[in-house]
Design a protein around this ligand. Structure first.
Ligand SMILES: *Cc1c(COP(=O)(O)O)cnc(C)c1O
Length: 394
């Protein structure tokens, strides 16, 4: 190991310690915090017996989500992957279609496409946003897309391209406006994977409200959690109704009769989880505030360490800073791995970004545009301990 990598990795450990001063020695990547009404609301579910798929907290959570995000409708479901699955079905994705998604994402984005019997088609990201690169996408589609009968086809595969799914990486909003233009030009349905970006805004408006549909996640490691859970956002009343129907086994409402008019899904969020969600949503302003403080602490501490910088939001964005992120100045696997090793050895949980989808066997045979930025960034990203508590109690 070159001496320099070891020294830089030690400097990163020192910088993290300085930024999170006053915290315990061991820090998780992202730990949940339950200091509000979580106990009260969950206890009420247990006391009243309303723990499962019916109960007031599900309705209340959906209303609160709509208010916080400025979305017309929110439908709570069992997890973020389920939310994306239903969002894609309602976007009209059918078996045999292709869906454009970033290669640099959590596997759930690609899996949800696969659940529809469709095929992910991988697009490259921009270094500036860590999300889909609109310019690269435009020139790629100019080459491969053919439009007929109001639909766009991939002329290499012959398959219809139905939807575009941008993902707001680590909570950082992608540049949506030019992507909306691409969708209009090529008749693609915009579905936002906003799993990581509750609390994040693009040009003042909440992420997840730009697409025809969007998905949120409330998994245990996300900025706020319901234990496990997700939601579908939409601005369209009929889509919201269909989302509710499809995720609740497509049962025709009736006092005693069980009849279903579609093959639906049991993707409901239980009341117990929604109760946790209601309490967590009340705490979102505190989480967001402390995450911004933490970013500033990290930014200053990392500023003196060579070969890297802390990722900070674009001018058009207000990020929730879900995961704090170091970007190495150039791809350097050896330095990256040494930093990961030294930090984790010291009780500071850090991790690299996901393996790009096109580099995994399960998705290696899917169509893809050239992915140079994805492949570089996969070697340059390190996520740091990011819990709100890292910037103190509140
Ligand atoms: C977390 C996440 C999901 C899926 O959410 P689950 O609730 O874990 O199913 C989907 N996409 C992205 C980008 C995520 O980070």
């Amino acid at each position: 190991m070159p001496v320099e990598s070891v020294q830089i990795a030690d400097a990163v450990v020192t910088a993290i310690r300085a930024a999170v001063e006053g915290n315990p020695q061991r820090l998780a990547l992202h730990q949940p915090e339950f200091k509000g009404n979580e106990w009260n609301y969950v206890k009420e579910c247990l006391d009243t017996g309303w723990v499962s798929s019916v109960g007031k907290y599900v309705d209340r959570f959906e209303e609160q989500l709509a208010t916080v995000t400025g979305s017309q409708y929110a439908v709570a479901v069992s997890n973020g992957t389920a939310a994306l699955h239903i969002a894609l079905l309602l976007a009209g994705v059918e078996a045999g279609d292709e869906v454009l998604i970033p290669s640099l994402t959590f596997v759930a984005t690609a899996n949800a496409v696969s659940y529809c019997g469709a095929m992910p088609h991988f697009a490259d990201i921009a270094e500036s946003t860590l999300g889909l690169d609109p310019e690269a996408l435009k020139s790629y589609l100019r080459d491969i897309a053919v439009t007929r009968d109001g639909c766009t086809y991939n002329r290499m595969s012959g398959r219809r391209m139905r939807a575009l799914v941008p993902m707001h990486t680590f909570g950082h909003p992608v540049d949506l406006e030019p992507l909306i233009e691409v969708c209009e030009r090529y008749k693609l349905v915009l579905v936002e994977d906003a799993a990581e970006s509750i609390g994040s805004k693009y040009k003042g408006r909440h992420t997840g409200t730009f697409g025809k549909l969007a998905s949120l996640s409330f998994n245990g490691n996300k900025i706020l959690t319901t234990g496990g859970g997700g939601a579908i956002l939409t601005q369209d009343e009929s889509l919201a109704k269909r989302a509710k129907h499809l995720t609740t086994t497509a049962k025709i409402p009736h006092a005693w009769q069980f009849e279903h008019d579609q093959i639906g899904f049991n993707y409901r969020m239980p009341n117990l989880n929604a109760a946790l969600g209601c309490a967590q949503l009340e705490r979102l302003p505190s989480f967001l505030h402390r995450k911004r403080l933490l970013t500033e602490n990290y930014r200053q501490a990392i500023a003196d360490v060579p070969h890297m910088k802390l990722y900070t939001e674009q001018a058009f964005a207000e990020s929730n800073y879900w995961l704090q992120t170091i970007i190495l100045n150039s791809p350097n696997l050896e330095l990256r791995n040494e930093i990961l090793r030294r930090t984790n050895e010291n009780g500071l949980m850090t991790r690299p970004v996901w393996t790009p989808m096109h580099q995994m066997k399960i998705y290696a045979n899917c169509p893809a545009m050239p992915l140079p930025v994805t492949e570089q960034m996969a070697q340059r990203i390190i996520n740091l301990p990011s819990s709100p508590i890292c910037a103190g109690d509140e």
